[in-house]
Ligand binder design. Structure first.
Ligand SMILES: [Fe+2]
Length: 317
């Protein structure tokens, strides 16, 4: 079996204790962490509208793109559009951008898929990446802008440390904050990561399945949030994307899930973009039988596999 798409390049790795060495102070009132836009321009339109809705209520919004904003944007025009729009904001690398900017021999998509993911999915992701690398190679100005993005960000927000990592606190493509890791019980590792980094909130994405965890570590409230995907459906029979909203004010619309700890609200907000318009464009970019159509079309237009009651950890008894 090829290891392409299963392994994790060495450059993806970092140390939890260094992640909050340099914090970026957020002056805005609300943070939207957008992980996994996956090249969907209509989801991006909707996220901008959501930010405007906040601003109309007097809340300034900071948009933070947490990697994998490229994926289905397989045309020259859409490749440029997505990157130019996203790179106007704060952004950090996902494995997709890393492999577009610095292709690693043998990394494939750089997803570091675990054994639980079917080999067909891995091979199709590698094919999507190869196709996308072709576009990146024709737009060296964008490739250069991607190459200087950070691998993670530590935001100082209202005196709290919000650590934004694409995968987990050890690797850009780590699966340690995946839904299955929480379901299997990862409290010890979580405690170590919180203590090492000093983070109050860790926001992740990459594994494409949303979750919201809260607990106490060393006498302080801590939160982990994974927004799943901003540009694809996440929940059963629900094609809406999800983003993470963090603020000291409550959310402006009905969240898919949310918690409040010490006045801080962390919510997963639905991205109700125009599915019909994206379907028309997606079907042209990725016709029936193509790698992306086989792997993702169902999920994009019909929804994911998670039930809303399975988002929250620890599970309410
Ligand atoms: Fe990723």
């Amino acid at each position: 079996m090829s290891e392409k798409g299963r392994s994790c390049p060495l450059a993806y790795r970092y140390q939890p204790e260094r992640l909050c060495d340099d914090g970026m102070v957020v002056a805005e009132d609300v943070i939207f962490v957008v992980g996994g836009l996956y090249g969907n321009p209509y989801a991006l339109d909707e996220i901008e509208q959501m930010a405007l809705a906040e601003e109309k209520r007097g809340h300034r919004v900071k948009l933070v793109f947490n990697g994998d904003f490229n994926w289905f944007n397989a045309s020259d025009a859409l490749f440029r559009q997505i990157n130019n729009r996203v790179l106007d904001h704060s952004a950090s690398l996902g494995n997709v951008e890393y492999e577009l900017a610095n292709p690693s021999p043998g990394a494939g998509c750089g997803c570091a898929y675990p054994d639980s993911v079917d080999q067909g999915v891995v091979e199709r992701s590698n094919l999507i990446m190869e196709q996308l690398q072709g576009f990146a190679g024709r737009h060296p100005d964008i490739q250069k802008r991607l190459s200087v993005l950070p691998r993670y960000r530590c935001l100082i927000f209202g005196g709290l440390k919000v650590l934004v990592v694409h995968g987990d606190p050890e690797s850009l493509a780590g699966w340690g904050l995946a839904h299955e890791s929480f379901a299997a019980g990862n409290e010890k590792r979580l405690s170590e990561w919180f203590l090492a980094s000093g983070a109050d909130v860790i926001a992740s994405t990459h594994t494409c399945v949303p979750l919201l965890w809260s607990g106490e570590v060393s006498g302080r409230s801590r939160v982990v949030v994974n927004n799943g995907s901003a540009g694809m459906g996440n929940l059963v029979s629900d094609p809406r994307g999800l983003i993470t909203r963090i603020g000291f004010s409550s959310h402006f619309a009905e969240p898919a899930a949310g918690i409040e700890r010490g006045g801080l609200h962390v919510s997963l907000m639905p991205v109700a973009y125009s599915v019909q318009r994206w379907r028309q464009e997606f079907d042209q970019l990725w016709p029936a039988g193509s790698a992306a159509a086989v792997s993702y079309r169902n999920r994009i237009f019909k929804g994911g596999s998670v039930r809303p009651e399975d988002i929250i950890f620890p599970s309410p008894v």
